[in-house]
Ligand binder design. Structure first.
Ligand code: HPA
Ligand code: ZN
Length: 364
C-alpha cells in the first residue's frame, strides 16, 4: 500500500500576506525558494577565479591585476560589457575549468535558496578558441549533476547562440551539440542585440524546435520591442530574456500578458549596462502592474554587482515592493521553469509553506 500523498499547502491568503511586516521582507526574500532562469555561467566568473585560471593555464590577460579588471567594469552599454566578458572567458580551457566555474556558482545559488537554475552557456566563445564543444559541456554538466546530488539544487543547461555571429555559425554549433543532445534542455540567443534581429536565426531555431528543445531568446534589452515580437513569431520562443522595452508597445504588452509569456528580468544588469539610470527608475513595478509574468534574475552576477538575492534585496528596497510582489516573483520563477508540473507543484508547496510560516511568526 502506498502512503497517502500529503495535502498541498494552500497559497497564503491576502490577509496572511498583509500580516508580514515590511521589515521582514529582506529575510523573506532570502528564505523563499526560487528559480534562476537567466544566468550566463561565463558571467559568474569572479575576477579572482579569472586570474587563478589564467595562471593555471598560462593564459595572458589584457588586465594586470584583479583590481584593474574590476576597475574596467564601468560599462556604458551592452557591448562595453561583452568585450570584457569575452576576455574573461578566455581563461577557460579544460573540462575541470568549466566544472569549477559552474560549481562556484551553484554553491552561491544554494546559499540564496535557488532550488532550480537554468544555466546559459556560450559554446561559440570557446570553440572559436579551439576548445572542443565536448570539453565545455562535459565540465558544465558534471557540475550540474553534482549540484543535484550534493547541494539539492536542480540545474539544467541552455545553449546560447551568439547573435553577432551568423545563422550558419549557429547551425554548425548545433551540429556539434547533437551528440550531446541529452545534456541540455534548450537553446537561447545572446550577445550584441542591436543590428542583430531574431530573424537571422529563424532556420536554426526551427531545427531546434523539431529536436524538442526549449526555446528562449534575449530581446528588448537594448533592442526595440519589434525584436520581442519577432522572437515570439519567428523563433517561437517560450520565454523572453530581459524584454523590459516591451512597455514601449502597449499592444505587445497586452499580448505578453494574455499569453503569460515569462520575462526574465535582471535589474542590476539593466542598471550596470545603462538600460535604466538607477534601480529607482527601473520599470519592474510597471511590468508587474501590467500583469506580465515577470521573474528576477542575476544575468552576469560577477560583473553586475550581485547574485540573485542581491537583485531581489536591492530592487525591493529601491522600488519599495511589497510581500505580494515577493510571492508573485518567486512563484513566477518556479512556474516559468522548464521542469515537470509535479516538480513545480512541489516547489510551489515549499514556497507556500515559507510564506505561511512568516505570516504565522508575525502573528505571534
Ligand atoms: N545580454 C546579451 N548577451 C549577454 C548578456 C546580456 O545581458 N550577458 C551575457 N551575454
Ligand atoms: Zn543575459
Amino acid at each position: 500500500m502506498t502512503a497517502p500523498t500529503p495535502a498541498p499547502t494552500p497559497a497564503p491568503t491576502p490577509a496572511q500576506l498583509a500580516a508580514i511586516p515590511a521589515e521582514r521582507i529582506p529575510a523573506l526574500l532570502q528564505a523563499m525558494p526560487k528559480a534562476e532562469l537567466h544566468l550566463h555561467i561565463e558571467g559568474s566568473l569572479e575576477p579572482e577565479r579569472i586570474f587563478a585560471l589564467a595562471q593555471r593555464n598560462g593564459v595572458s590577460l589584457p588586465y594586470p591585476s584583479v583590481e584593474a579588471l574590476r576597475a574596467a567594469c564601468a560599462f556604458t552599454d551592452l557591448q562595453s560589457f561583452l568585450d570584457i566578458y569575452y576576455a574573461g572567458a578566455s581563461v577557460l580551457l579544460t573540462e575541470q575549468d568549466f566544472h569549477d566555474m559552474a560549481w562556484d556558482y551553484l554553491i552561491k545559488a544554494q546559499a540564496d535558496h535557488v532550488v532550480h537554475v537554468e544555466v546559459f552557456f556560450d559554446p561559440q566563445t570557446h570553440t572559436a578558441r579551439g576548445v572542443p564543444f565536448e570539453v565545455v559541456i562535459r565540465g558544465l554538466k558534471s557540475a550540474c549533476d553534482r549540484a543535484e546530488r550534493e547541494l539539492g539544487v536542480s540545474a539544467a543547461l541552455i545553449m546560447c547562440f551568439l547573435r553577432h555571429l551568423s545563422g550558419d555559425d549557429a547551425s554548425r554549433t548545433l551540429d556539434e551539440a547533437l551528440p550531446f543532445r541529452e545534456m541540455f534542455i534548450g537553446v537561447g540567443l545572446d550577445s550584441s542585440e542591436r543590428g542583430h534581429p531574431p530573424e537571422k536565426f529563424a532556420r536554426v531555431f526551427a531545427r531546434c524546435r523539431e529536436l524538442g528543445l526549449h526555446l528562449v531568446a534575449h530581446a528588448g534589452e537594448e533592442g526595440p520591442p519589434a525584436y520581442i515580437e519577432s522572437a515570439l513569431d519567428v523563433l517561437r520562443v517560450e520565454r523572453i530574456d530581459h524584454g523590459v522595452r516591451c512597455l514601449e508597445d502597449p499592444a505587445l504588452v497586452a499580448r505578453l500578458a494574455r499569453d503569460g509569456v515569462p520575462l526574465t528580468v535582471c535589474p542590476l544588469s539593466n542598471v550596470k549596462l545603462c538600460v535604466f539610470p538607477d534601480l529607482a527608475h527601473h520599470n519592474l513595478k510597471a511590468l508587474l502592474a501590467a500583469g506580465l509574468k515577470v521573474t528576477l534574475n542575476s544575468d552576469d552576477p560577477a560583473y553586475f554587482g550581485g547574485y540573485i538575492n542581491q537583485n531581489y534585496l536591492d530592487t525591493f528596497a529601491a522600488l519599495k515592493l511589497d510581500v505580494v510582489a515577493a510571492y508573485t516573483l518567486a512563484r513566477n520563477s518556479l512556474e516559468a521553469s522548464f521542469v515537470s508540473e509535479a516538480r513545480k507543484a512541489a516547489w510551489v508547496d515549499d514556497l507556500n509553506r515559507v510564506f505561511r510560516a512568516f505570516a504565522q511568526a508575525s502573528a505571534n
